[in-house]
Ligand binder design. Sequence first.
Ligand code: DX5
Ligand code: ZN
Length: 212
Amino acid sequence: MARQPAAVVGTLQLAPSILSADFAHLAAAIAAVEAETDRVHIDVMDGHFVPNLTLGPPLVASIRACSDKPFDCHLMLTDPGAFLEPFRRAGADAVTVHVEVGGTEALVAEARGLGLAVGLACNPETPVEAVLEYLSLVDLVLCMTVHPGFGGQAFLLEVLDKVRAVRRELDRQGLAVDVEVDGGVDHVTAPSAVAAGANVLVAGSAIFGATE
Ligand code: DX5
Ligand code: ZN
């Protein structure tokens, strides 16, 4: 099965986060939303950068056969550089690394060298200036709208100022870069995120936690 190309930059995209899916039935969960999925959001946590543990390259390799959509691995890791190649081999199309871990330029270059698309994430308390200097290097900027580590938290409205600032600066520089929000995104919060300039919406519990 040929893998589908990434959506055109700037178009509205939905990225289901499998963190909230039933891990015993991941293949079925991914298949159930495949038609509405623009990219699969895979939350990788190391118990150090965030206080939770999730999954690694073997799981990504297993679910690679379940979907032909681009896989974006959101690396909530203190040392993402050690895992770029394993995730690439497992079938990742993109990685999103956090600006807080440092070494951003080298990480981006290494990921690009492996043929990965690259996102740059920032936590709610991280000032927007931390990501602005890297806008020309990345494919996507992720503004976390919760403190990373767990699904099912409430959307932090104050992060919308950062979304607006990133979108404004991208427009000013004429850069085609996606702006993503992750955390607490649902049918109530999504419209404000889009109005602020986000075009990629990550949603976990709103999609996989739905009862019908
Ligand atoms: C949180 C993760 C999110 C999470 C979103 O650290 O990065 O991707 O799965 O879950 P919801 O949509 O439930 O807030
Ligand atoms: Zn995430």
